[in-house]
Design a protein around this ligand. Structure first.
Ligand SMILES: [Zn+2]
Length: 176
């Protein structure tokens, strides 16, 4: 599809040229305290806004990056500095891969599952358990948990989000 065609929409059999930037900004209002551009149109259950752009339904924050900053390289995620998923302010977005996304969540201390108040195991314990050749019974005694807890950790039924390179990511998260 050519660039010109991308800017057109079919209307009663005729093509009309629409301006994607104007159409996009129509769906935005600025939050005065944070500067977030909040998406007033349709949002996914995950919280991300959606926008029909170039004949495709795309996540609004990704479209914002393309419209105002530049193309998004393949395999690249558009992440929020402000943590507001329905925010489409291009200045609140940055490009990263999945590893930097996880590291960012760790650094902000808002990983949703796993290590939490009341949890007997820590992220570091989970990495150690998965790398250990010891029996589940021995590990259960050492960490003060049931051996079924150890099995679940090893089979990734729990603590799924802790990646193999978690300690490396923690190091990454510590550097600006
Ligand atoms: Zn924002």
């Amino acid at each position: 599809m050519s660039k010109v065609d991308e800017l057109r929409e079919r209307d009663n059999g005729r093509f009309i040229v629409t301006d994607p930037v104007g159409r996009f900004l129509d769906k935005v209002h600025v939050e005065p305290n944070t500067g977030c551009w909040l998406w007033d149109a349709h949002c996914l259950p995950s919280g991300y806004g959606v926008f029909n752009f170039g004949g495709r339904v795309s996540r609004a924050h990704r479209v914002s990056h393309e419209l105002f900053t530049g193309p998004i390289p393949r395999e690249t995620q558009v992440l929020h500095r402000c943590d507001v998923r329905c925010c489409v302010n291009p200045e609140h977005l940055w490009l990263g891969d999945n590893a930097s996304n996880v590291a960012d969540k760790v650094a902000k201390g808002r990983q949703a599952v796993g290590e939490s108040v009341g949890s007997k195991l820590t992220n570091a314990d989970v990495v150690a358990i998965r790398n250990s050749g010891e029996s589940a019974i021995a590990l259960g005694e050492r960490y003060g948990v049931d051996r079924n807890t150890i099995y679940a950790v090893r089979k990734r039924k729990t603590w799924k989000y802790v990646p193999e390179a978690f300690t490396a990511l923690l190091d990454l998260a510590g550097t600006p």
